[in-house]
Design a binder for this molecule. Structure first.
Ligand SMILES: C[S@@+](CC[C@H](N)C(=O)[O-])C[C@H]1O[C@@H](n2cnc3c(N)ncnc32)[C@H](O)[C@@H]1O
Length: 215
Protein backbone atom coordinates (compact mmCIF):
# COMPACT_ATOMS: atom_id res chain seq x y z
CA UNK A 1 0.00 0.00 0.00
CA UNK A 2 1.36 3.44 -0.89
CA UNK A 3 0.61 6.58 1.10
CA UNK A 4 -1.17 8.39 -1.71
CA UNK A 5 -3.96 5.83 -1.63
CA UNK A 6 -5.16 7.23 1.68
CA UNK A 7 -6.28 10.84 2.19
CA UNK A 8 -5.17 12.93 5.19
CA UNK A 9 -8.46 12.02 6.93
CA UNK A 10 -7.75 8.32 6.38
CA UNK A 11 -10.19 7.63 3.54
CA UNK A 12 -8.83 4.95 1.16
CA UNK A 13 -9.17 6.00 -2.48
CA UNK A 14 -9.67 2.43 -3.84
CA UNK A 15 -12.54 1.93 -1.42
CA UNK A 16 -14.37 5.05 -2.54
CA UNK A 17 -13.95 3.93 -6.14
CA UNK A 18 -15.58 0.62 -5.21
CA UNK A 19 -18.49 1.66 -2.97
CA UNK A 20 -21.64 2.23 -5.07
CA UNK A 21 -23.11 5.72 -4.83
CA UNK A 22 -26.77 4.87 -5.17
CA UNK A 23 -27.59 3.90 -1.58
CA UNK A 24 -25.82 6.88 -0.03
CA UNK A 25 -26.91 9.61 -2.41
CA UNK A 26 -30.30 8.63 -3.84
CA UNK A 27 -32.21 10.97 -1.50
CA UNK A 28 -30.09 13.96 -2.54
CA UNK A 29 -30.23 13.10 -6.24
CA UNK A 30 -34.00 12.74 -6.03
CA UNK A 31 -34.44 16.04 -4.20
CA UNK A 32 -32.34 18.30 -6.43
CA UNK A 33 -34.29 20.17 -9.08
CA UNK A 34 -33.07 19.86 -12.69
CA UNK A 35 -30.45 22.45 -13.50
CA UNK A 36 -29.50 23.19 -9.88
CA UNK A 37 -25.85 24.20 -9.51
CA UNK A 38 -24.17 22.07 -6.85
CA UNK A 39 -21.08 22.42 -4.68
CA UNK A 40 -19.96 19.03 -3.33
CA UNK A 41 -17.69 19.60 -0.31
CA UNK A 42 -15.38 16.65 0.42
CA UNK A 43 -16.36 15.12 -2.90
CA UNK A 44 -13.80 12.30 -2.86
CA UNK A 45 -13.64 10.46 -6.18
CA UNK A 46 -16.93 12.04 -7.24
CA UNK A 47 -19.43 9.34 -6.37
CA UNK A 48 -22.07 12.09 -6.17
CA UNK A 49 -20.44 14.80 -8.31
CA UNK A 50 -19.90 12.55 -11.32
CA UNK A 51 -23.52 11.42 -11.28
CA UNK A 52 -24.67 15.04 -10.98
CA UNK A 53 -22.59 16.02 -14.01
CA UNK A 54 -24.02 13.06 -15.92
CA UNK A 55 -27.49 14.42 -15.13
CA UNK A 56 -26.55 17.82 -16.52
CA UNK A 57 -25.97 19.75 -13.28
CA UNK A 58 -23.23 22.35 -13.10
CA UNK A 59 -21.07 20.87 -10.33
CA UNK A 60 -17.92 21.84 -8.46
CA UNK A 61 -16.24 19.20 -6.30
CA UNK A 62 -13.88 20.21 -3.51
CA UNK A 63 -11.44 17.93 -1.75
CA UNK A 64 -8.05 18.30 -0.12
CA UNK A 65 -6.86 15.11 -1.82
CA UNK A 66 -5.51 15.34 -5.37
CA UNK A 67 -5.65 11.55 -5.56
CA UNK A 68 -9.39 11.62 -4.96
CA UNK A 69 -9.97 14.54 -7.35
CA UNK A 70 -8.12 12.67 -10.12
CA UNK A 71 -11.22 10.51 -10.54
CA UNK A 72 -13.70 13.32 -11.17
CA UNK A 73 -15.53 13.12 -14.49
CA UNK A 74 -14.61 15.71 -17.15
CA UNK A 75 -17.89 17.55 -16.51
CA UNK A 76 -17.00 18.27 -12.87
CA UNK A 77 -14.85 21.24 -11.90
CA UNK A 78 -12.44 19.96 -9.24
CA UNK A 79 -10.90 22.24 -6.63
CA UNK A 80 -8.16 21.03 -4.32
CA UNK A 81 -8.64 22.86 -1.03
CA UNK A 82 -9.49 22.52 2.63
CA UNK A 83 -13.21 23.14 2.98
CA UNK A 84 -12.72 25.42 5.98
CA UNK A 85 -10.63 27.87 3.96
CA UNK A 86 -12.61 27.67 0.74
CA UNK A 87 -13.84 30.91 -0.77
CA UNK A 88 -14.78 30.45 -4.40
CA UNK A 89 -16.45 33.87 -4.60
CA UNK A 90 -19.60 32.34 -6.02
CA UNK A 91 -22.76 30.75 -4.71
CA UNK A 92 -24.62 27.58 -5.60
CA UNK A 93 -28.26 26.54 -5.46
CA UNK A 94 -27.20 23.48 -3.47
CA UNK A 95 -24.23 22.71 -1.23
CA UNK A 96 -23.55 19.15 -0.09
CA UNK A 97 -21.56 18.38 3.06
CA UNK A 98 -21.40 14.58 3.28
CA UNK A 99 -19.29 12.14 5.31
CA UNK A 100 -20.78 13.25 8.67
CA UNK A 101 -18.52 16.33 8.59
CA UNK A 102 -21.25 18.21 10.48
CA UNK A 103 -20.46 15.82 13.36
CA UNK A 104 -16.84 16.98 13.54
CA UNK A 105 -16.11 16.85 17.26
CA UNK A 106 -13.97 20.01 17.36
CA UNK A 107 -16.47 22.85 17.63
CA UNK A 108 -14.31 25.49 15.94
CA UNK A 109 -13.62 23.19 13.02
CA UNK A 110 -17.31 22.27 12.76
CA UNK A 111 -18.21 25.94 12.68
CA UNK A 112 -15.58 26.62 10.00
CA UNK A 113 -16.99 23.80 7.87
CA UNK A 114 -20.54 25.11 8.23
CA UNK A 115 -19.43 28.67 7.50
CA UNK A 116 -17.98 27.38 4.22
CA UNK A 117 -21.37 25.87 3.44
CA UNK A 118 -23.11 29.16 4.24
CA UNK A 119 -20.59 31.24 2.26
CA UNK A 120 -21.30 29.30 -0.90
CA UNK A 121 -25.05 28.82 -0.60
CA UNK A 122 -27.25 31.10 -2.73
CA UNK A 123 -30.18 32.85 -1.03
CA UNK A 124 -33.03 30.35 -0.90
CA UNK A 125 -30.65 27.50 -1.72
CA UNK A 126 -30.51 24.13 0.03
CA UNK A 127 -27.65 22.67 2.02
CA UNK A 128 -27.63 18.87 2.27
CA UNK A 129 -25.86 17.69 5.41
CA UNK A 130 -25.13 14.01 6.04
CA UNK A 131 -25.20 13.53 9.80
CA UNK A 132 -25.23 10.95 12.56
CA UNK A 133 -28.87 10.82 13.50
CA UNK A 134 -29.37 11.68 17.21
CA UNK A 135 -31.09 8.30 17.64
CA UNK A 136 -27.87 6.61 16.49
CA UNK A 137 -26.02 7.23 19.74
CA UNK A 138 -28.06 4.54 21.50
CA UNK A 139 -27.50 2.05 18.71
CA UNK A 140 -23.74 2.34 18.31
CA UNK A 141 -22.18 -1.10 18.45
CA UNK A 142 -19.63 -3.17 16.61
CA UNK A 143 -20.97 -4.49 13.34
CA UNK A 144 -20.28 -5.54 9.79
CA UNK A 145 -21.95 -4.72 6.49
CA UNK A 146 -21.30 -4.69 2.78
CA UNK A 147 -21.44 -2.03 0.08
CA UNK A 148 -20.90 -3.47 -3.37
CA UNK A 149 -17.70 -5.48 -3.20
CA UNK A 150 -16.55 -3.77 -0.01
CA UNK A 151 -16.97 -5.26 3.46
CA UNK A 152 -17.10 -2.67 6.24
CA UNK A 153 -16.42 -3.50 9.88
CA UNK A 154 -17.35 -0.86 12.44
CA UNK A 155 -15.66 -0.94 15.85
CA UNK A 156 -16.70 1.40 18.63
CA UNK A 157 -13.51 2.17 20.53
CA UNK A 158 -14.67 4.59 23.19
CA UNK A 159 -17.81 6.53 23.97
CA UNK A 160 -17.87 9.72 26.07
CA UNK A 161 -21.42 10.96 26.29
CA UNK A 162 -22.36 12.10 22.79
CA UNK A 163 -18.82 11.77 21.41
CA UNK A 164 -17.24 8.54 20.29
CA UNK A 165 -14.03 7.18 18.79
CA UNK A 166 -14.45 4.46 16.21
CA UNK A 167 -12.56 2.52 13.59
CA UNK A 168 -13.88 1.34 10.25
CA UNK A 169 -12.04 -1.45 8.49
CA UNK A 170 -12.71 -1.70 4.77
CA UNK A 171 -11.97 -4.99 3.03
CA UNK A 172 -11.71 -5.15 -0.77
CA UNK A 173 -10.50 -8.43 -2.22
CA UNK A 174 -7.23 -9.30 -0.50
CA UNK A 175 -6.67 -5.80 0.84
CA UNK A 176 -7.88 -3.90 3.86
CA UNK A 177 -7.59 -0.42 5.33
CA UNK A 178 -8.61 0.89 8.74
CA UNK A 179 -9.80 4.46 9.23
CA UNK A 180 -10.09 5.98 12.71
CA UNK A 181 -12.36 8.88 13.48
CA UNK A 182 -13.99 10.81 16.31
CA UNK A 183 -17.51 12.18 16.01
CA UNK A 184 -19.97 14.06 18.16
CA UNK A 185 -23.58 13.03 17.74
CA UNK A 186 -25.60 16.24 18.02
CA UNK A 187 -29.10 16.18 19.40
CA UNK A 188 -31.76 18.31 17.73
CA UNK A 189 -30.86 21.39 19.79
CA UNK A 190 -27.15 20.82 19.20
CA UNK A 191 -27.69 20.57 15.47
CA UNK A 192 -29.74 23.75 15.40
CA UNK A 193 -27.18 25.60 17.54
CA UNK A 194 -24.28 24.52 15.31
CA UNK A 195 -26.16 25.57 12.20
CA UNK A 196 -27.14 28.90 13.76
CA UNK A 197 -23.48 29.67 14.51
CA UNK A 198 -22.93 29.65 10.76
CA UNK A 199 -26.10 31.59 9.96
CA UNK A 200 -27.92 28.47 8.79
CA UNK A 201 -31.31 27.10 9.75
CA UNK A 202 -32.63 23.59 9.44
CA UNK A 203 -35.81 23.33 7.40
CA UNK A 204 -36.24 19.60 6.93
CA UNK A 205 -34.85 16.13 6.67
CA UNK A 206 -34.77 13.84 3.63
CA UNK A 207 -34.33 10.66 5.68
CA UNK A 208 -32.57 9.51 8.84
CA UNK A 209 -29.18 10.77 7.67
CA UNK A 210 -29.70 13.76 5.34
CA UNK A 211 -30.63 17.13 6.87
CA UNK A 212 -31.71 20.18 4.91
CA UNK A 213 -30.65 23.69 5.87
CA UNK A 214 -30.74 27.14 4.39
CA UNK A 215 -29.83 30.73 5.31
C1 LIG B 1 -15.07 9.54 3.58
S1 LIG B 1 -14.55 10.34 2.11
C2 LIG B 1 -16.09 10.51 1.26
C3 LIG B 1 -16.01 11.15 -0.07
C4 LIG B 1 -17.37 11.44 -0.73
N1 LIG B 1 -18.13 12.44 0.00
C5 LIG B 1 -18.15 10.16 -0.88
O1 LIG B 1 -19.08 9.93 -0.11
O2 LIG B 1 -17.83 9.37 -1.74
C6 LIG B 1 -14.27 11.97 2.77
C7 LIG B 1 -13.58 12.90 1.80
O3 LIG B 1 -13.59 14.21 2.34
C8 LIG B 1 -12.31 14.78 2.21
N2 LIG B 1 -12.16 15.73 3.31
C9 LIG B 1 -12.39 15.46 4.63
N3 LIG B 1 -12.22 16.58 5.35
C10 LIG B 1 -11.89 17.56 4.47
C11 LIG B 1 -11.61 18.95 4.61
N4 LIG B 1 -11.66 19.54 5.82
N5 LIG B 1 -11.32 19.67 3.51
C12 LIG B 1 -11.28 19.06 2.29
N6 LIG B 1 -11.54 17.76 2.09
C13 LIG B 1 -11.84 17.02 3.17
C14 LIG B 1 -11.34 13.63 2.23
O4 LIG B 1 -10.13 13.94 1.57
C15 LIG B 1 -12.13 12.53 1.53
O5 LIG B 1 -11.89 12.51 0.15
Amino acid sequence: MTDVEVTPDGSPVPIYLAIPAERDFAPVLDDLYPGASVLDLGCGVGRLANELARRGHEVVGVDESAEMLAHLAPGVEGVQARIEQLDLGRRFSAVVLASHLVNTADRDERRALLLAVARHLAPGGSAYLEHWNPAAIDDLRDGEGTAGEVTLRFRLLEQRGASFDAAITYVLGEREWTQHFTAEVLDEDGLDASLAQAGLERFGRLDEKWLLATH
